[in-house]
Design a protein around this ligand. Structure first.
Ligand code: ATP
Ligand code: MG
Length: 362
């Protein structure tokens, strides 16, 4: 092999090497641009930092989420200076925290450009090259709305628990003061009869009457818990029947405007019945009214209830001073269905209570 041919071979192999290198670079660049295209179109915010915590890339979703207009506002800056509001002071900590927790997703408070704080879920992973770690890739998911819904649900379930607790206390009281006392009275009569069946003949009859009354009281309590009357008669007839027995018997005239075009779901029916009972009871107890307008409509996905009386009315500002539970129970029931309650009252000018609740999605 002469000198010139070995030189030529070396040259050829160098050119081949360069070609391969170019091919590999081209391939890597294609690959990278493919990855950046994918990142540009993901909905999650994505930021890539180098090992010093300096941001090298952010995608459009990141800019939108943090309210920046240009990538230049962010790239080249320390990630920790850009967005971290709590728990972590520099970007490297994120990865350390994530490693330690063994969970690749964690929730953080972060700053947007204008300084407002919002909540994100961050997942991270390291970027590795041929020579080891190159940086960290962080993916941000805005969870502010989810957190707000979680908070509302927590408040609502506390309210429901409280109202269930009150309901339990009421049932315990009804059982103790009502049925409990009546059964004791029955027992006293039976004991007397047992001692002297001739002398206390009448006490046996009295004892039986108390037992009858206890069974009636039990039925009332049970009915109040699960108003079977509703499934037997339907909401409209039940309300008309209840108005007759509570208001009209006391010479309060009730004018009805009931139009249930769309069926109301059972749990809401039960609540409308209970709310109506409380409103009628307030009218009978406090208003001195002789006329009541009762309106209940269920159509176009809305349930509207309005009960107005022509009685004494009252000073609304004093509502908070009063110790009754009725109106606050109504509020809780309406809230639990995501509805709105409007109460209007003026001394001497009657009281009107209006409720609007969205019907259940079909
Ligand atoms: N229709 C009405 N007419 C006049 N005053 C009313 C009427 N409804 C409510 N009120 C006034 O509002 C107050 C609060 O009513 P609420 O139902 O919360 O309590 P209450 O009826 O006094 O007690 P509870 O309902 O716990 O038995 C009443 O005490 C009463 O003064
Ligand atoms: Mg009341």
């Amino acid at each position: 092999m002469d000198y010139s041919s070995s030189n030529r071979d070396q040259l050829i192999s160098r050119i081949k090497g360069l070609e391969e290198e170019l091919d590999r670079k081209w391939y890597e660049e294609q690959h990278l641009s493919f990855i950046y295209d994918a990142l540009d179109s993901t909905l999650n915010g994505v930021a890539i930092t180098d090992l010093d915590g300096i941001i090298r890339y952010v995608n459009p979703s990141f800019l939108r989420m943090f309210e920046y207009t240009s990538k230049d506002d962010v790239t080249g800056k320390y990630a920790a200076d850009i967005f971290v509001a709590s728990k972590i002071s520099n970007i490297a900590d994120i990865d350390r925290i994530l490693e330690r927790e063994g969970d690749k997703k964690l929730e953080f408070d972060v700053y947007s450009k204008d300084g407002s704080i919002f909540q994100v879920e961050i997942s991270s992973s390291s970027v590795k090259g041929r020579d080891g770690y190159l940086g960290i890739i962080l993916s941000f998911n805005d969870i502010t709305e989810r957190k707000n819904v979680e908070l509302e649900n927590r408040i609502l379930s506390t309210m429901i628990m409280k109202s269930q607790e009150m309901e339990r206390q009421r049932v315990a009281k009804d059982l103790h003061d009502g049925v409990g006392q009546t059964i004791s009275a029955a027992k006293l009569n039976f004991v007397a009869y047992q001692k002297d069946t001739v002398k206390h003949k009448e006490r046996f009859k009295a004892g039986l009457q108390f037992i009858d009354s206890a069974s009636r009281e039990l039925r009332e309590i049970y009915n109040d818990l699960y108003p079977s009357i509703l499934s037997d008669m339907g909401l409209e007839s039940t309300i008309r029947w209840y108005a007759k027995n509570s208001l009209e018997m006391n010479r309060v005239k009730v004018i009805f405007d009931i139009n249930i075009e769309e069926k109301i779901q059972h749990s809401l029916e039960v609540d409308i019945y209970r709310i109506t009972k409380e409103l009628f009871s307030n009218i009978a107890k406090h208003s001195g009214a002789d006329a009541v307008d009762f309106m209940l409509h269920s159509s176009s996905g809305m349930i509207n209830l309005r009960v107005s009386d022509n009685g004494s009315g009252f000073e609304m500002t004093r509502l908070n001073d009063r110790r009754g539970f009725g109106i606050s129970n109504i509020k809780q029931r309406v809230n639990s269905h995501g509805g709105v309650l409007t109460l209007q009252a003026l001394p001497g000018e009657g009281t009107s209570v209006e409720i609007a609740i969205k019907g259940e999605e079909k």
